[in-house]
Design a protein around this ligand. Structure first.
Ligand code: H79
Length: 583
């Protein structure tokens, strides 16, 4: 209600007061809240990594260079003068800005962030500050970012530029990854200069250029503050400060928060208490890499967007166009599939708020406050076998329940204690994610379904686990739900699992788990300061209830239990539920 009033005041002021508005509303909504408003509503953006590295596309002198393609100059230790030669043949004649923007829009994205200069130091825009730019140094001779800015303007989509402010491998004063370890740049011909020479000579002037010449950017996306100093950061921040409506991220200088934080290549297990945006690749590399076929499925990507929205964050999903200027076909297919889903279900994403639930075993929830209640969007990933969807622990008055994609179909429901049971149609209209809309009247009270000590034990279902996968590596995933839920594909020894749970009583607990293991492995289990090492013996393909050991829990309240492989003793296991039994 309070928010609604503030909005009303704002609207009235906007209409009636003209230029005076800013001053008068300052006390109501902060400047930061104002510039973040569209971004919080948008939820979904396109990241584009495009530069000279698209040409080698992960291969140098006939050799496949491991790692992300935009890092090829560093990974293959290519001398500056040699890498520079790529510009002489960079000619993306198939580039069509309008087509890229239409694709992003079709996918349901509301903004685009593109690399204006990555760590290789090459400017993808016209620059007076450095001739090492696409207009002056390539046969292409066009400014693709100008064309993109025009297309964004035409199609009403917001635009941001990525600018690698610290790392610049092309400049004597630019930083590089291991500069903080005191290691030298790989190219001995690059005679080092102080950082501020580069900051004042190139970074500051170029940032001025991108902020002045493209009709005003909505976002400035800094990256990897390696080797940054406060002096350098202040010089760049002073330029950004000239554009108070522009949003910046938290990567200019390590302690500075910017407007939003940037989990990279992973989704945080719960919402963060600050605006946040996950940046994520569709395959492994950001820049185009011709032999990177490690594509995430459309299903994974749609569910990831929903997962992020259910925690109150944004998703910036990446594509790496080719040196010809085309977005690779697998990326186009995925963007179109997401778009198809968003066309029907976008209402459950844009401008929504985080889920009021701790966890929902069958999917996710996003919500929206209305004038007289709350609208819940229930995202059903796993269609329940008995066609009864259990919404745990809510107390409210239900107004109306329907399928989002089919407005005419009203669904019946009843309460069983505090659980709302919704009667679903016989089969899922959308196997990836069917959205059910629950409109409630009055306020909504949710009792947390966080696992807790009850009947002498704490049950930690596999589908309540937070899976911490490494950004670059093999990902463990959840398969099935309810009693069938399993963590599978847990082969990478860096993957760890965490559960939140609650106990009001300390004590000694026996840790049991449902495990299947082809070979023996070792695990480390930790709660607070207490740690337990457990050995798992081969079970064959059968799931077996296994005792992992005992652990003392000396604290109470909301706690986290983590399970991680012992690096050198890991052969991969599959895991069902974990149970802590009080002795
Ligand atoms: O622009 C994309 C990446 O190029 C950039 N940020 C995203 C948005 C990025 N820079 N660094 N990192 C991401 C992570 C750094 C990874 C490293 Fe490595 C591990 C640097 C050195 C070891 C990967 C492997 C890069 C070089 C070797």
């Amino acid at each position: 209600m309070k928010r609604y009033m503030i909005l009303t005041i704002l609207v009235v002021l906007t209409i009636s007061c003209g230029p005076k508005r800013e001053k008068e509303t300052e006390s109501v909504i902060s400047e930061q809240d104002q510039r973040m408003e569209w971004w919080r509503e948008a939820r979904f953006g396109l990241f584009i990594h495009w530069g000279l590295y698209a040409q080698p596309a992960g291969e140098w002198k006939g050799e496949e260079i491991p790692g992300i393609s935009e890092w090829i100059m560093a990974r293959a230790k290519i001398p500056v003068k040699e890498y520079e030669q790529l510009a002489a043949t960079f000619n993306p004649v198939k580039y069509d800005a309008d087509q890229w923007v239409r694709l992003a829009k079709q996918a349901g994205m509301k903004y685009i962030v593109i690399t204006s200069k990555h760590h290789d130091g090459f400017a993808m825009f016209q620059s007076k500050a450095s001739a090492y730019n696409i207009v002056d140094a390539t046969p292409f001779g066009r400014d693709p970012l100008k064309e993109l800015a025009d297309a964004c303007e035409k199609h009403g989509i917001r635009l941001g530029f990525y600018y690698s402010q610290a790392q610049d491998w092309h400049e004597p004063g630019g930083t590089y990854w291991n500069i903080e370890q005191g290691e030298p740049h790989w190219d001995p011909e690059l005679v080092r200069e102080p950082l501020m020479n580069y900051i004042n000579g190139k970074a500051v002037p170029q940032v001025k250029e991108i902020l002045e010449n493209y009709g005003g950017l909505d976002i400035l996306w800094w990256d990897t503050p390696r080797g940054m100093t406060e002096e350098a950061a202040e010089a760049l921040q002073a330029v950004a400060d000239q554009y108070p409506a522009m949003i910046t991220n938290n990567r200019l200088y390590r302690p500075w928060p910017g407007d939003f934080s940037t989990p990279e290549q992973h989704v945080p297990p719960t919402g963060l208490d600050y605006d946040w945006e996950v940046c994520m690749t569709m395959n492994t590399s950001w820049g185009y890499k011709h032999y990177d076929h490690n594509w995430k499925s459309s299903e994974t990507l749609i569910r990831m967007l929903v997962d992020i929205a259910s925690k109150g964050g944004n998703l910036l999903l990446n594509v790496g166009p080719t040196a010809e200027g085309e977005i690779p076909e697998p990326s186009v297919e995925r963007l179109q599939a997401i778009g198809k889903w968003m066309d029907l279900n976008g209402e459950s994403i844009y401008g929504t708020e985080a889920s009021p639930f701790f966890k929902l075993p069958w999917g996710r929830c996003t919500s929206r406050s209305t004038n007289d209640g709350t609208t819940l969007y229930l995202h059903v990933f796993q269609w329940p076998e008995n066609n009864l969807l259990r919404v745990p622990g809510i107390s409210t008055t239900v107004n109306h329940i329907r399928l989002l994609a089919d407005q005419d179909q009203t669904l019946s429901s009843h309460f069983e204690g505090d659980d709302l049971l919704i009667e679903l149609p016989g089969r899922a209209p959308d196997l990836v994610n069917t959205v059910i809309v629950v409109e409630t009247r009055e306020s909504l009270d949710v009792t947390s379904n966080m696992p807790s000590l009850s009947g002498g034990q704490i049950v930690l279902p596999a589908d309540f686990a937070d899976i911490h996968n490494p950004g670059y590596g093999t990902h463990a995933i959840l398969k099935g739900s309810g009693n069938e839920a399993r963590i599978i594909n847990w082969v990478d020894s860096r993957v760890r699992l965490e559960w939140m749970f609650n106990t009001a009583e300390p004590g000694k607990f026996t840790v049991k788990a449902q495990v299947s293991a082809e070979d023996s492995s070792k695990l480390r289990i930790r709660v607070g300061e207490e740690e337990l090492e457990a050995e798992i013996h081969a079970t064959g393909s059968e799931f077996a209830e296994t005792i992992l050991g005992e652990i003392e829990i000396s604290v109470t309240g909301d706690l986290i239990i983590s399970i991680r492989p012992v690096q050198d003793d890991w052969n991969g296991i599959e895991l069902g539920k974990v149970t802590l039994v009080r002795q």
